[in-house]
Design a protein around this ligand. Structure first.
Ligand SMILES: [Zn+2]
Length: 397
């Protein structure tokens, strides 16, 4: 989960705090102009202008409030999942058991094969094609259609989902152009998140359900989540709200929990995401934060979890992000522009990883893909992509 400075409680914070985000990503756009369309660049400039106007409009009332902090990323994923395990010991046991099964997935990698959706055949792990190994039926629950001035509609969601599928499948320009240190480590997951076309009652659906404006779907026991969910064993539920924690802050980008059958039993499994950062509502890099959240949903941990410790090297499969091919990070703030990408051991970090906070999201790694495959085979996720469920949700090819 990422967010932008939740510390400032002013009702003007959303407008004011948009400024550092847009400034930083405007630089990113200019630096990588070759990868951007003119339209995107103009959109960014327009957004920058709007943000400056918003700041100016809010200035007089904001004068008494705290100045915004410029730490653009602050994530609670580690905290919320740790809290979840404290609250529910069974969930912790389930996670520990899931961890133990990763070895079998790695063995399957050595065979260069994974089990296919119907359980009867095997496919090459690295295949990236229009025939995904895993299809996940998705339903979007959208609360209000204007988030921080941006419109949330079917087109925006379809575009956002398409880009996330490209990210997972390694079909982006940045994936092809990864830092050379990670050329042999980068990996893709041949998964497609596909909008459901049959609802739980067996009726046709677009897979996008609109509700009145609401907030708080990032809170564990959100009534919106509970009341509006579709069977968590059949659908991946994505909740689009603007104020994720019902605290008046509208620039938190997203939050997600790792697989847990207890949450699925309760109808609480989910990704919650801010419509202002969906697809073309944000810039070309930041939209991949949706990919980051989907990574959490498939059991991925932040690459900076636990910081950098020399003693953790030999226990890389059990500490930090529990992936050995993602070098430890000193902190979350390790983009090239942050002053360096060497960790405490002098290793180059994979700063372009989707599970970092990256200025140039580009890749997952082999160990992360193993971890996601393992997550897909967990009790909380494996029914989603079963052949019978794809037929039931209208997501089969
Ligand atoms: Zn996160």
């Amino acid at each position: 989960m990422l967010s932008f400075n939740t510390a400032v409680g002013s009702r003007y914070s959303a407008a004011v705090l948009t400024l550092p985000l847009v400034l930083i990503h405007s630089n990113e756009v200019l630096n990588k102009a070759g990868l951007k369309t003119i339209r995107e660049t103009i959109d960014m400039i327009n957004k920058l202008t709007l943000s400056i106007c918003a700041v100016l409009i809010g200035t007089s009332s904001y004068a008494q409030a705290k100045q915004p902090e410029f730490a653009i990323h602050h994530c609670k994923a580690a905290e919320i999942n740790a809290q979840h395990y404290r609250n529910f010991p069974d969930a912790l046991l389930e996670a520990q058991k899931r961890q133990e099964s990763i070895a079998a997935v790695k063995q399957a990698r050595q065979d260069n094969r994974y089990k296919s959706a119907d359980g009867s055949s095997y496919v090459d792990m690295l295949a990236i094609s229009d025939s995904p190994t895993y299809v996940i039926p998705v339903v979007f629950h959208v609360y209000g259609t204007v988030h921080n001035g941006d419109t949330v509609n079917d087109a925006v969601i379809l575009d956002a989902l398409h880009k996330t599928n490209e990210d997972f499948q390694g079909q982006t320009a940045d994936f092809a152009d990864i830092d050379p240190e990670f050329d042999g480590v980068k990996d893709s997951l041949n998964v497609e998140f596909r909008l459901a076309s049959i609802d739980p009652d067996g009726n046709p659906t677009s897979g996008i359900i609109y509700h009145p404006q609401s907030s708080g779907a990032g809170n564990y026991s959100s009534s919106d989540v509970k009341n509006d969910h579709w069977d968590n064993y059949k659908y991946m539920n994505v909740y689009i709200q603007n104020d994720l924690y019902a605290d008046g802050v509208t620039n938190n980008s997203g939050v997600a929990w790792y697989p847990d059958s207890g949450m699925s039993d309760e109808g609480l499994a989910r990704v919650t995401y801010n419509g202002a950062y969906l697809g073309t509502n944000t810039d070309e890099n930041f939209r991949s934060v949706l990919t980051h959240e989907f990574g959490h949903f498939l059991d991925l941990i932040h690459t900076f979890e636990g910081g950098c410790k020399r003693g953790a090297v030999k226990r890389c499969g059990k500490t930090g992000d529990k992936s050995c091919d993602t070098p430890q990070q000193n902190s979350w703030q390790m983009n090239p522009g942050d002053g360096g990408i060497l960790n405490c051991l002098g290793e180059t970090i994979n700063w372009q990883n989707f599970m970092a906070y990256s200025d140039q999201y580009a890749n997952y790694t082999q160990d992360q893909v193993d971890r996601m495959v393992n997550g897909l085979n967990s009790s909380a996720r494996q029914t989603l992509w079963s052949a019978s469920n794809l037929a039931a949700t209208g997501t089969a090819d």
